[in-house]
Ligand binder design. Structure first.
Ligand SMILES: [Zn+2]
Ligand SMILES: [Zn+2]
Ligand SMILES: [Zn+2]
Length: 113
């Protein structure tokens, strides 16, 4: 997980911009994710997946939307409500619900960011 964090640690803004203009990302693979710039600290709105609760089914793993605080089940769950939330709202990034979790997933780039 050193790639993005290390890139951010250096003052390579101009370098990044030049690469972006060429369509090349600094890490050499997927385009750089700038959605992390749009997220803010959020308060989770629930302690479980409300959609699953409404259906009366269980879930595996919970994510919190880092745009609005919506809590929904992860893609490990049968219903994948966090993915559904992204498709409904376009909110790009969800993170682990556990306090202090550093894991974040960008649905637009389909990778951890
Ligand atoms: Zn992204
Ligand atoms: Zn669910
Ligand atoms: Zn949301």
């Amino acid at each position: 997980m050193a790639d993005m964090d290390d890139a951010d640690a250096y003052d390579i803004g101009m370098y990044d911009a030049a690469l972006a203009a060429l369509g090349i990302s600094p890490n050499g693979s997927a385009p750089r994710c700038d959605h992390t710039d749009t997220i803010m600290p959020v308060t989770p709105q629930a302690s479980g997946c409300r959609d699953c609760q409404a259906l009366g089914v269980g879930w595996l793993g919970l994510l919190v939307c880092l745009t609005c605080g919506w809590v929904a089940c992860s893609n490990d769950s049968p219903q994948r409500h966090a993915q559904a939330h992204y498709q409904e709202t376009n909110h790009p990034i969800a993170g682990g619900l556990e306090p202090g979790s550093k894991w974040r997933w960008c649905y637009v780039h389909a990778r951890a960011v």
